[in-house]
Design a protein around this ligand. Structure first.
Ligand SMILES: [Cu+2]
Length: 140
């Protein structure tokens, strides 16, 4: 009636292992419940640029905007202007610029969405040789 202590020991270990695996099965509940802050500021799309027209011409004569932006034209001159895309008189390069077109004194208009990466030239259709009323919009 001599029982080997090894058998008893291994039986006890099986019980311990079973208990351990059972008790340790509820892991993975450490997920933080707080909402993650939005990481948006690095990709803020440009709201575009503003080109002001005065009696001395357009200012600035060159602006750079992100693709998808619009450019605002403000006529602060006392006379009308007719802003269109180059080339004159076809106005075919950047059709979005032709949405500005005729601007009465004090009027403000926007281009269409400038979605294509390129450089657009513009001019005053009524003063096509006046370089102070010409400029470029760089879309990137
Ligand atoms: Cu023109």
């Amino acid at each position: 009636m001599h029982r080997t202590p090894t058998l008893l020991l291994s039986s006890a270990m099986v019980l311990v292992l079973a208990a351990t695996s059972c008790g340790g099965s509820d892991s993975g509940s450490s997920t933080p419940s707080s909402p993650t802050p939005t990481p948006s500021p690095t990709t803020t799309p440009s709201t575009g640029a503003t080109i002001t027209i005065t009696s001395s011409g357009v200012s600035p004569q060159s602006v750079t905007v992100a693709a998808g932006s619009r450019v605002t034209f403000v006529n602060n001159d006392s006379r009308v202007h007719d802003m269109n895309s180059d080339p004159h008189p076809e106005h075919t390069d950047c059709q979005e610029l032709n949405q500005v077109g005729f601007l009465a004194a004090g009027q403000t208009k926007q281009t269409g969405n400038l979605t294509t990466v390129r450089t657009c030239g513009f001019h005053d259709h009524n003063q096509s040789t006046n370089t102070s009323l010409q400029g470029t919009i760089v879309i990137q």
